[in-house]
Ligand binder design. Structure first.
Ligand SMILES: Nc1nc(=O)c2c([nH]1)NC[C@@H]1CN(c3ccc(C(=O)N[C@@H](CCC(=O)O)C(=O)O)cc3)CN21
Ligand SMILES: CC(C)C(=O)C(=O)O
Ligand SMILES: [Mg+2]
Length: 287
């Protein structure tokens, strides 16, 4: 076989969401094409421009401005208090910090539960004021009218099933879909989200076997968090991924660095230099 023929047969890796050569902003069409190629891809959260620019330059194709900013950026105990003003401010910062990633903004608790018109008003705000390329909302069947209206209005929707942290006060933080009945409900919700026009689906804290079954039964990609290795993509909260989160973290996270220690050490070194008179030195000083 000639080299040219071999290259024709091989999947076109230049289009890959991660590791590909593309430099223009990623769209939901690129996400759909990745599922068709069987590509696995990464997603991370970000809540500020600088962190987002690091992930964008690292080639992370999809960045979620998660309402986990409530816990990880704003100091709340849960995601429940996060407001549209907070989401809009930080989503705009993440969009400004990125050139290539598709930026997805979470609709916070209370911004879409009243119905489709409220959802459209708030999603439109994130698209117009912050510049996000898509929005995410929690819930299957209960959020279908919202998903349908947003998609019809031209706003791509990412759905989120399994553990939906905005419902912590009714569900707690437990693995979802363990009973046969709950598993069937999750499969129905997933199909309904796809039928309503969602372009992707987050599966949080569900048994791996069920997440794999959902993934096989859908045409849109699934993005797992605590959902095993069988989903099309994986998402982590960035402060968990980087080892910056303090206190207890969910078992499904993996720290790829120890930023909490690194940053703490840097702060202590600065403090000691100031206390000991070693900083500022002559090269940091103007005359
Ligand atoms: N730092 C951080 N990481 C997250 O992944 C995250 C947030 N914050 N805040 C919003 C939600 C809340 N999430 C959570 C919170 C707690 C558990 C938890 O305690 N899970 C148990 C398993 C419980 C079971 O076995 O049923 C665990 O040990 O992981 C899971 C997800 C995920 N999200
Ligand atoms: C963990 C992801 C899926 C999320 O919804 C968030 O960060 O808010
Ligand atoms: Mg969220």
């Amino acid at each position: 076989m000639t080299l040219q023929a071999a290259q024709k047969q091989a999947p076109d890796s230049s289009k890959a969401l991660y590791g590909g050569k593309g430099t223009r902003r990623i769209t939901v069409h690129d996400i759909a094409a990745a599922k068709a190629r069987g590509e696995k891809w990464p997603m991370l959260t970000a809540y500020d421009a600088m962190t987002a620019s690091v992930f964008d330059e690292a080639g992370i194709p999809v960045i979620l401005v998660g309402d986990s900013m409530g816990n990880c950026h704003l100091g709340y105990d849960t995601t429940v208090p996060v407001t549209m003003d907070e989401m809009t401010l930080l989503s705009a910062a993440v969009v400004r910090g990125t050139k290539r990633a598709l930026v997805v903004g979470d609709l916070p608790f209370g911004s879409y539960q009243e119905g489709p018109v409220q959802a459209l008003r708030n999603a439109t705000r994130l698209v117009k004021e912050a510049g996000v390329g898509a929005i995410k909302l929690e819930g299957g069947e209960r959020s279908l009218p919202q998903t349908e209206l947003l998609v019809q209005s031209g706003i791509p929707v990412m759905s989120h099933l399994g553990l939906t942290p905005q419902s912590v006060n009714t569900m707690g933080y437990r693995v979802q879909g363990r009973s046969d009945e709950a598993a069937h409900k999750l499969l129905r919700d997933a199909k309904a989200a796809q039928d309503a026009g969602a372009f992707a689906l987050v599966l949080e804290l569900v048994p791996a076997e069920l997440a794999a079954e959902v993934t096989r039964s859908l045409d849109i990609p699934t993005i797992g968090i605590g959902a095993g290795a069988g989903t099309d993509a994986q998402v982590l909260v960035w402060t968990d991924m980087a080892g910056l989160t303090g206190g207890k973290v969910p078992r499904f996270t993996k720290p790829y660095a120890n930023l909490r220690a690194t940053l703490g050490d840097a702060a202590k070194a600065f403090a000691e230099d100031v206390a000991g008179g070693a900083f500022p030195a002559e090269e940091h000083t103007f005359h």
